[in-house]
Write a protein that binds this ligand. Structure first.
Ligand SMILES: [Cu+2]
Length: 346
């Protein structure tokens, strides 16, 4: 915050432009009032009733507006994970979703985030998952299974759920796309094509083993101020996780804290909790940028997941959201107070 203020003194915002004073403030779900949470939930329900806006040729299985955001993530999966555009692509995707909630579905606030660093050993008490009508739904029904093999490499023991979500508004919602590569044992057969319509309930397996192991302050400090914070490549690699070393880290670990449909790299976005998880990923990136002003605009890493064969990410590369939004260059996505964005975290 101090660094942001200092920066603003050097570059005072022009009238009508984004500044710290008029930026939207993204909050911890727990810090939002109940009417604010209900307003958010109503907007998500609306995304599941309005029709999809993308073409059937591109995403045949997309039925409702929500599916558009799942379809583009599925479509781009191999070019947005383990890559140099991971942080900015998900930042842009998250922001376009937030904008749709506001402009198409009556949401009044900024996108909330899931604070990973609380409730790790009592996930069902987290106001996000407590199953009340101001939560994003609770755990899945108990489903006997032998855990999850994250990224095909890291074993995560089963949680206490695994089946269909039983509480909150999510229990009445039907999801359309996926699974494509579910990593949880016993999950329904993957669909044959990535865009096939496969209506079903949403599954979760809330997992305290994963929450305690990866969502801890040690891992946070390591990437924001510690040994893995020095440059963008070191930061983003550690943040995303190193599955070959058995380390899922803050980002991948979080998908396995939710589990079930979230065990699927491609279609994890079918669970609306995805956007809370990625808002938190963005919060940590934003924090890292504020703490490392000299490295904040660095871009590094590869175009295809951890494979230099197709070259390295450049600031001029476009973040491609297909039919969901216009292209945005990585350069325009580096600052949350610039480009199309105007938000901060609190
Ligand atoms: Cu993703």
């Amino acid at each position: 915050m101090e660094k942001l203020r200092a920066k603003e003194k050097l570059n005072p915002p022009k009238p009508g432009k984004c500044s710290l004073a008029n930026a939207r403030r993204r909050k911890d779900w727990e810090k939002m009032t109940k009417p604010e949470r209900k307003n958010y939930i109503d907007a998500v329900k609306c995304m599941f009733t309005k029709p999809s806006t993308v073409s059937a040729e591109w995403a045949a299985g997309a039925r409702v507006r929500y599916d558009d955001f799942a379809a583009i993530h599925i479509n781009k999966t191999l070019g947005i994970h383990g890559t140099g555009n991971f942080l900015t692509w998900h930042r842009y995707h998250n922001w376009v979703y937030e904008k749709a909630l506001r402009e198409e579905c009556g949401y009044k606030g900024a996108h909330p985030y899931w604070n990973w660093f609380k409730y790790q050993d009592r996930l069902l008490e987290n106001p996000l998952f407590d199953g009340s009508d101001t939560s994003m739904g609770g755990n899945g029904a108990f489903f006997q299974h032998n855990g999850t093999l994250a990224a095909g490499l890291v074993y995560v023991p089963s949680g206490t759920g695994g089946g269909c979500v039983q509480s909150g508004f999510i229990k009445d919602i039907s999801i359309s796309l996926g699974p494509i590569r579910p990593a949880m044992d016993g999950m329904s057969t993957p669909v044959a094509g990535t865009m096939i319509y496969n209506p079903r309930c949403l599954r979760r397996d809330l997992n305290m083993y994963a929450a305690k192991k990866w969502h801890n302050y040690e891992n946070l400090l390591d990437v924001v101020t510690g040994p893995h914070s020095g440059d963008i490549v070191t930061f983003q690699d550690e943040f995303q996780g190193r599955p070959p070393d058995g380390f899922l880290g803050l980002h991948s670990g979080g998908h396995h804290v939710i589990g079930g449909d979230n065990s699927d790299n491609y279609s994890s976005v079918v669970d609306p909790i995805f956007h809370f998880h990625h808002a938190m990923v963005d919060y940590v990136y934003w924090l890292w940028q504020a703490l490392h002003p000299d490295q904040a605009r660095q871009v590094g890493g590869t175009i295809k997941a951890r494979s230099p064969a197709e070259g390295y990410t450049q600031r001029t590369d476009n973040l491609d959201l297909g039919e969901v939004a216009a292209d945005l260059s990585i350069d325009e996505a580096l600052d949350t107070l610039d480009g199309p964005f105007c938000y901060i975290y609190e």
